[in-house]
Design a protein around this ligand. Structure first.
Ligand code: DSN
Length: 412
């Protein structure tokens, strides 16, 4: 176990819960597509004394004294983010991908303006205009989705919607979309009708950094992201844009939508950006995609329908309802077998978001703990066993998971 000695002494209750969670992470197969396992360096930066510092404002223009060192941290994080993704400008203060999105909307739109985003049941994110989210309440939201035949983005329909509704912002990006996104085509369509293209690369940022996915920075007016998904950094967000929008974005983050930045997390983002520049990281991203492809092929071979017939990235959407189980039932049964993933709506969903026909399976975390194609074939077989045979398969699968996770420890 990690040495959290001081917590143990100061707060045994929290310590005990943290220990249980660490054990869960070690002994379960983590397949939530938006999660990952950070390096100890990222974790140390996030848990450091930098948490003590208040630094409202930006480097050189803070509302507090004593910021000379945290200024250096933030400058370095910005410089690395720009260099990693080839961007002219970066803001590394957003507390999350959701905060980054909110700041961009605030920078470029007035309440009531039109926003075009991907429908949540087709893979879009809650902050892309869901009625429950501030984005859905503040703006006039129009949504696009995937084609029924290919289950890939219906680009023709996107252009029709832009032409008819003339949105101020078009969003390209998703939370549960297993295929490549053509940012070039999306930007051409948006720009043809004077809309701005915002690319939300939260899920695929690691793949983009490693050139395993088209880089949206080349095409989009502004790019938002989280740092904690494929990018394997701390929980947080950042925004990339052209120099001309820099001041506008800065003002929209602070004081527009946030107060003081989390300097400890910004240091952890800087560490993560540096790690993402290495060959080791590129190799890891390549393996993440290979693992997802292997897993998709194998569960299809085991008779389970996969949305769009496969994957180009780090995630797979499996239509378990076709196999006689709802997404919720599958999530619960797999959890009993120590496999963690989430239920997920699939395109043209017929069940409620609380039941769903699908599950989402992601490979970033298991790849971080060293799994390759061989282990991913095994995972696919274990998932298939639970989906095809139900509860009766749980004890056997849990035994296999136990063996696999012991072979590939995370932090021990
Ligand atoms: N909803 C998260 C996900 O799991 O994809 C992203 O914020």
């Amino acid at each position: 176990m990690t040495d959290y000695n001081e917590i143990r002494k100061a707060d045994p209750e929290i310590f005990e819960i943290m220990e249980m969670e660490e054990k869960r992470q070690e002994s379960f197969l983590e397949l939530i597509a938006s999660e990952n396992i950070v390096s100890k360096a990222v974790m140390q930066a996030a848990g450091s004394h930098l948490t003590n510092k208040y630094a409202e404002g930006y480097p050189g223009k803070r509302n507090y004294g004593g910021c000379e060192y945290v200024d250096m941290v933030e400058e370095l994080a910005k410089k690395r983010a720009m260099s990693l993704f080839g961007a002219e400008y970066a803001n590394v203060q957003p507390h999350s991908g959701s905060q980054a999105n909110l700041a961009v909307f605030q920078a470029f739109m007035k309440p009531g303006d039109t926003l075009l985003g991907m429908d949540i049941s087709h893979g879009g994110h809650i902050t892309h205009g869901s009625p429950e989210n501030l984005s859905g309440k503040m703006y006039n939201v129009i949504t696009y989705g995937v084609r029924r035949d290919t289950e890939t983005i219906d680009y023709d329909k996107v252009e029709d919607l832009i032409r008819i509704h003339r949105p101020r912002i078009v969003i390209a990006g998703a939370s549960a979309y297993p295929r490549n996104i053509d940012f070039k085509v999306m930007s051409e369509m948006a720009h043809r009708y004077d809309a701005l293209l915002m690319a939300d690369m939260a899920h695929i940022a690691g793949l983009v950094a490693a050139e395993e996915h088209m880089n949206p920075v080349e095409y989009a007016d502004v790019v938002t992201s989280a740092t904690n998904k494929t990018l394997r950094g701390p929980r947080g967000g950042f925004i990339l844009c052209r120099e001309e929008y820099g001041k506008l974005i800065d003002r929209a983050v602070f004081p527009g939508t946030q107060g003081g930045p989390l300097m400890n997390v910004i240091a952890a983002k800087a560490v993560c950006f540096r790690e993402a520049m290495t060959q080791k990281f590129r190799k890891y991203q390549k393996q993440t995609v290979k693992n997802a492809k292997t897993l998709a092929e194998r569960i299809m071979a085991n008779g389970i329908r996969v949305v769009s017939g496969g994957t180009d990235n780090h995630l797979i959407l499996a239509d378990v309802y076709r196999s006689g189980m709802t997404g919720k039932q599958a999530e619960i049964l797999l959890d009993k077998a120590h496999i963690t993933l989430n239920k997920c709506s699939i395109p043209f969903e017929t069940l409620s978001p609380f039941e769903t026909s699908g599950i989402r399976i992601g490979t970033p975390s298991v790849t971080s703990r060293g799994f390759t194609e061989k282990e991913c074939e095994k995972i696919a077989d274990l998932i298939s066993l639970v989906i095809n045979d139900g509860e009766i398969a749980v004890p056997v699968v849990r035994g296999e998971v136990d063996r696999l996770t012991k072979e590939f420890p995370i932090y021990r």
